[in-house]
Design a binder for this molecule. Structure first.
Ligand code: 13P
Length: 347
């Protein structure tokens, strides 16, 4: 394990005022989002969309790292440059999703386990050769009647820990993502209990597998009420619950926490991250940043609709959400930033 290399990657990813852009949707997920917006679901259109994202003027003012997908990491922009070299030129660290998706967990109806450990060492080595410096693995935990089970949490935590150990061995920073889904009508308190149990198990397993906590990033959910819960708690209540939960469960050795957005309305994702930084920043052992997909990309995708003439307006929307997320990472997000549509350059 080359700790100097790992530390360099972590420092770059956790640059003040910047965060991660998840653009690693698997083909089925990307196609689903395209279909919702009437966009053709082909490899070329996925490539054009990812090029739109990566050529957004000013993106690197707010984004420190971008997570790619197996198809995307091999693709080229119109000018013949690889996406990886575009990222490197921008000073954005290239990352890669390495899990193979969440599959039904045998014996546990309604629950999932993430697959992808078989052959992972060889895949990581190939991604390193292609230029990736960090990787992501997502586990999903569902809250419902009598779930999540301990067996499901344990299986996912174990896989996350095995993945993280393999990443560090390959000099890749693991981004460890145990996502407690916001689907359902559960309360904030239920999400708190489940997230606490999941994070305890994840760190137990990370320790069992001898993962060096100094050289990883945690990518968790915020502690939130379910999307269908009648009581939607305030921004500050979410910030307080999330920080309380993490202070109990996330060791101080972990350098950074980069939140997923999980399908929250994008303004709320910004406002909640902002509240955590504003209220707690000076008292926390870890940096609090973002690793959003939908909360950065969604408005851009809706504007683009796969049409060339919408490209600049879509980039403007992407730039705006990246800027709002960056302000939230600094605890400086407010209504005037949300309403300011400044865009640095036109194409
Ligand atoms: P969302 O921000 O849309 O939840 O995506 C984050 C992610 O990378 C999921 O794995």
């Amino acid at each position: 394990m080359n700790t100097i290399e790992l530390k360099k990657t972590i420092t770059a990813l956790l640059t003040e005022g910047k965060g991660l852009l998840a653009m690693d949707e698997s083909n089925p997920t990307c196609n689903k989002r395209f279909a919702q917006n009437g966009i053709p679901q082909t490899e070329e259109v996925r490539r054009a969309y990812r090029e739109l994202i990566l050529t957004t003027p000013g993106l690197n003012d707010f984004i420190s790292g971008a997570i790619l997908y197996d198809e995307t990491i091999r693709q080229l922009a119109d000018n013949g440059k690889t996406f990886i070299s575009i990222l490197n030129d921008l000073g954005i660290v290239p990352g890669i999703k390495v899990d193979m998706g969440a599959k039904e967990l045998a014996g546990y109806p309604g629950e999932k386990v993430t697959e992808g450990l078989d052959g992972l060492e060889a895949r990581l080595n190939e991604y390193v050769r292609l230029g990736a410096r960090f990787a992501k693995w997502r586990a999903v935990i569902t809250i419902g009647e009598n779930i999540p089970s301990r067996g499901c949490i344990q299986a996912n935590a174990h896989a996350l820990a095995r993945y993280a150990a393999l990443c560090q061995q390959a000099d890749i920073v693991p981004v460890v993502e145990p996502e407690v889904l916001m689907d359902g009508d559960h309360s904030l308190e239920q999400c708190f209990e489940v997230t606490q149990e999941v994070l305890r198990m994840v760190f137990n397993q990370l320790n069992e597998q001898r993962v060096a906590l100094e050289y990883m990033i945690l990518k968790p959910n915020m502690v939130l009420p379910g999307i269908n819960c009648l009581k939607q708690d305030s921004i500050n209540a979410v910030a307080d619950a999330t920080i309380t939960c993490f202070l109990r469960t996330v060791p101080a050795a972990v350098p950074g926490i980069a939140f997923l957005s999980g399908g929250q309305p994008y303004e709320l994702a910004s406002a909640r991250l902002n509240a955590m930084n504003l209220r707690y920043r000076s008292r926390l052992p870890w940096a609090l940043t973002f690793s959003f997909s939908r909360a950065i990309q969604q408005p851009a995708l809706e504007i683009w609709k796969g049409q060339k003439e919408n490209k600049s307006a879509a980039q403007q929307a992407l730039y705006h959400r990246a800027r709002c997320s960056s302000a939230a990472r600094l605890g400086e997000y407010n209504a005037s930033i949300e309403n300011d549509a400044t865009f640095p350059l036109t194409l």
